[in-house]
Design a protein. Structure first.
Lengths: 422, 422
């Protein structure tokens, strides 16, 4: 028994979008232990799509389609599938009702073209789409063959997969040997340095340990294959502990943890609060912190002091120091942190000022130079200098700056916890 | 004549990596005007690879392989191709020499396993790899069929494509007809509504017009196939103009334009400045605005007033109104906009307050309810109410809120320009 992933969309053939849906589905199938040997991409063309179905049913028993469920005439996945198996499409009143309700929630009326999304092959079950208008289908057009369809919009597909497809697959007795993974996350260490530290783990058979690097962060995926999640966790657990011990403070969290969520938990459990003052990140640090639901408990807000007048006016940065040291300096970072902390009356004040580029760099203050300020109780203040390098580009420099600010606060909060425990 | 992309690698089937090679090759083929209708992903398995070749040669005349050229035993693309066409592999002395030289440059000795990379099908040409050790091949195993192989390492493939493959394709007379596209972007209209307005354009043969939707934005891709970019632009130009006329103010920009860059251009040309006050977006609006290099010319900064104390203390929101109407209300949005505008002394003040969820919603103030405030000269202030719906989720509600705030300012700035011109 094996699955095949079929992604439908001319935009994939034109290279307009990256096929992240195929990666998501591949990971999910691997986790469920359902083998899959082929992925096919085909355009919005019914004849070619039918040829792809013909090939796929000769080599797989589960076909997973993404894309082509939208309301426009070039969305024809459902039509082509029904046509291939010689079954008519039927309009489902419950889908019409669901679409009408979703439009009403947004104060909008369903358009005639949306009716198309209510057509599914006779005999197919609806695979509910909680967020979008296009539902998918679960259909057994013949024995030993199951078809799933998903919209191309990734966020919609993810929820449909987790909420309906995984339980359905398990109910069929598929996915018995599961692969369970933990993604360990690290900040402040290079991929090659971490890989060397843990080199003896990189050739383990089960669990396996594989390093990844992305946007300044390094990850180790620890994966175990076993009959149950509990058994897999038992295999992973000692290895995970050893890897954390080796990495020390560079390890910050696992799986869904982010630097912002980890910092948030530390602040929440200490009963402390945070405010931010941002120059070159322009709001990105606040954005990260507030991505966490419930962050209002410990994050009070901040000042985006993009222009120097705001650094002086709203944060109380000394204009003479600003002129003497420049906006990108340890002094100004510290005064920004002190200023926002006292004005917002929080436990901590965290600031960022730097040259994000591509313009504005000089010999002494090159693109990628960033200062982070951290103010705490009793007028205590620290600053940290980083040279992220111009080659990383504006967007990545800003992202890494915000993450590094959070990482500094994380290490500070952890050392406070350690000191209290001593 | 058409091409097929065949990506070889078990890591793709496990979802360990994103198939960015397929996107690169798809874009390149589109630019060269070489049609391609299918992409296939298959693991490091010789029998399945040979089945994929059998299918591919029945529907394409150019096969482009990536992956499986490395020195390890599971790298078997070349072997499987040669085997399929019944041709022996031969060791090429010039490849051995090249690998030896590259290893010497890194002060290393060629390992026995690298010898494998010197084996290519008899009769094939070498496709040189300037950076890595694994060369590709260019091979015509039979008339009307050309095979290219590339390593899976993207950076090596890119250079091999640009330096050798593109000139070769052109020398064969392929890639004469290029495809040129413009991506038109719209905000404030649903995909289905726009598709209906422009329905008569969706079946044009050349240029073609195709709708896309992502994260609240709708796009129309207008693509023309022609002998040159200039000729393609001439085909696109009148259709683009008509589409813009139909969409009116819902059209905001094309290609690399973002709402933030378009708003930035309007502010810059009017010599006006902007500040923001953000509650539920927590800095995301400032982040978007400052993603644009040079935004310091018109964006001065803002206040992240996540906690109500910051709305009162730093923005001057009236505490009685806050208690009476609640933080998520038109009144508070307006006072936030007025407050940030006056404190930062900018032409415009733009504010956002809303319920991003998943918690915090009530019957009268459900998740997804968002108010946007816009303050201008002479104490003028407006507010706008949106119900984005809880189903979209926290992250998307925040994203759409920030974009909608920018869109309101964009429409306001455009109407000022129109009024001045009257």
């Amino acid at each position: 028994m094996s699955a095949e992933i079929i992604c439908v969309g001319t935009e994939l053939l034109l290279g307009d979008i990256l096929n992240s849906n195929a990666q998501f589905l591949a990971q999910q199938l691997a986790q469920l232990g359902i083998p899959h040997y082929y992925q096919t991409v085909v355009g919005d063309n019914p004849e070619r799509l039918k040829q792809v179905i013909e090939i796929a049913i000769s080599r797989a028993q589960i076909l997973i389609f993404t894309g082509g469920l939208g309301p426009t005439p070039d969305d024809l996945t459902c039509e082509a599938i029904a046509d291939f198996f010689g079954v008519p499409l039927v309009e489902r009143a419950d889908i019409i009702e669901d679409i009408t309700r979703k439009y009403a929630l947004r104060d909008r009326l369903m358009t005639p073209s949306n009716r198309k999304q209510a057509l599914i092959p006779q005999g197919a079950e609806i695979l509910p789409n909680p967020t979008g208008t296009a539902p998918g289908i679960i259909w057994q057009p013949r024995p030993e063959l199951t078809i799933f369809t998903f919209p191309g919009v990734s966020s919609e597909m993810y929820r449909m997969w987790q909420e309906t497809t995984v339980p359905f697959l398990k109910s069929q007795g598929w996915g018995k040997e599961i692969i369970y993974s933990r993604m360990l996350k690290f900040w402040g260490i290079a991929e090659s340095a971490l890989a060397e530290k843990v080199s003896s783990y990189l050739n383990l058979p089960n669990p396996t340990v594989a390093p990844y690097a992305a946007k300044g962060e390094v990850r180790l995926r620890v994966s175990a294959s076993s009959a149950s999640q509990a058994a897999a966790q038992e295999l992973i657990s000692p290895v995970e502990k050893q890897l954390k011990d080796i990495a020390g403070l560079d390890y910050y969290g696992a799986d869904d943890d982010t630097l912002a969520s980890v910092v948030g938990e530390l602040l929440r459990s200490a009963g402390e609060t945070l405010s931010v003052a941002e120059s070159c990140t322009g709001g990105g640090l606040g954005q990260m912190l507030t991505e966490i639901s419930g962050s209002s408990e410990y994050f009070w807000g901040g000042v985006i002091s993009y222009d120097n007048s705001v650094k002086v006016g709203l944060l109380g940065v000394n204009p003479e120091d600003l002129a003497k040291f420049g906006a990108v300096s340890a002094t100004v970072a510290e005064q920004m942190a002190i200023g926002v902390r006292s004005r917002l009356a929080t436990t901590w004040g965290l600031s960022i000022t730097g040259v994000a580029g591509p313009g504005g760099g000089t010999d002494t203050k090159p693109v990628g130079l960033v200062y982070i300020g951290l103010a705490g109780a009793n007028g205590e203040v620290e600053s940290f200098e980083y040279r992220f390098g111009a080659v990383r580009g504006r967007s990545l420099i800003r992202h890494v700056s915000a993450c590094t600010a959070l990482d500094n606060l994380r290490r500070k909060l952890l050392s406070s916890v350690l000191n209290k425990n001593v």
